[in-house]
Design a protein around this ligand. Structure first.
Ligand code: PEP
Length: 256
């Protein structure tokens, strides 16, 4: 059975001092969690502080992006070896906000995924359609193009270290989540596409998170879908209380 994975994407929120407070609270609220993988992805400046607090806990730390070179004249960028040294285990790659505001493409995302894997960072690879694409009936074509582009020349054996996050763009930060049925339909499509590409056993092991306005009130219905293996959470991960409730829901479902 696939272990559920709940990750918090803090985006550009929290100073190191605020981050410290949040993870100190989260640490206490999650002491009884055994069956769920937990990840927080703070802004770069807070990673060291957060990692120091979480070091002896099962909560892992991720970054929100990386650059595809190890070092060099790339002002403002952060590399995979830097993230590893700071204690990161995961890295979000290809978030729709990065595609939208920073012009990331399937090709640059593919380079980043390869670099992350080279340094044993686990990519949380985000894909998802816009509202316009959904309404034009292009959802599956968009997902397939993003999967093919982002995973180009990636070895089947590397897939066990990749998490896919299905995040319909129209559901991110809007308060309007996909219905459990819409999420399941997309997740099932993603899993079948990956089965075609990498074989059924690998696709069956792969974890696919849903992201887009996940809250304590809707998480149980979403995670109850057979192909939804976790959540990538934005807004509701900024408060220890709501994020812990989401993790508890995943734990509860994993026990039954
Ligand atoms: C996200 O940033 O990946 C996200 C899903 O945000 P929110 O939960 O706020 O919609």
């Amino acid at each position: 059975m696939r272990k559920k994975i709940i990750a918090g994407n803090w985006k550009m929120h929290k100073t190191p001092a605020e981050a410290l407070q949040l993870v100190n609270e989260l640490k206490v609220k999650t002491v009884n969690i055994e069956k769920v993988d937990m990840v927080v992805c703070p802004p770069y400046l807070a990673i060291l502080t957060v990692r120091a607090v979480l070091k002896e806990t099962p909560i892992r730390v991720g970054a929100q992006n990386l650059f595809w070179e190890n070092e060099g004249a790339y002002t403002g960028e952060i590399s995979a070896p830097m993230l590893v040294d700071a204690g990161c285990t995961y890295v979000i790659i290809g978030h729709s906000e990065r595609r939208q505001y920073f012009h990331e493409t399937d090709e640059t995302i593919n380079r980043k995924i390869k670099k992350a894997l080279e340094f044993r960072l686990k990519p949380i690879f985000c894909i998802g359609e816009t509202l316009e694409q959904r309404e034009a009936g292009q959802t599956f074509t968009v997902l397939k193009t993003q999967l093919d582009g982002g995973l180009q020349d990636i070895d089947a054996s590397a897939m066990q270290n990749i998490i896919i996050a299905y995040e319909p763009v129209w559901a991110i930060g809007t308060g309007r989540n996909a219905t459990p049925e819409q999420a399941q339909e997309a997740h099932q499509f993603i899993r079948s596409s990956l089965a075609e590409k990498f074989g059924r056993p690998i696709a069956d092991e792969l974890r696919i998170q849903y992201g887009g306005s996940v809250k304590p009130e809707n998480v149980e219905a979403l995670l109850s879908q057979p192909d939804v293996d976790g959540a990538l959470v934005g807004g509701a991960s900024l408060k220890a209380d709501s994020f812990a409730k989401i993790i508890e829901a995943a734990e509860h479902l994993s026990k039954h």
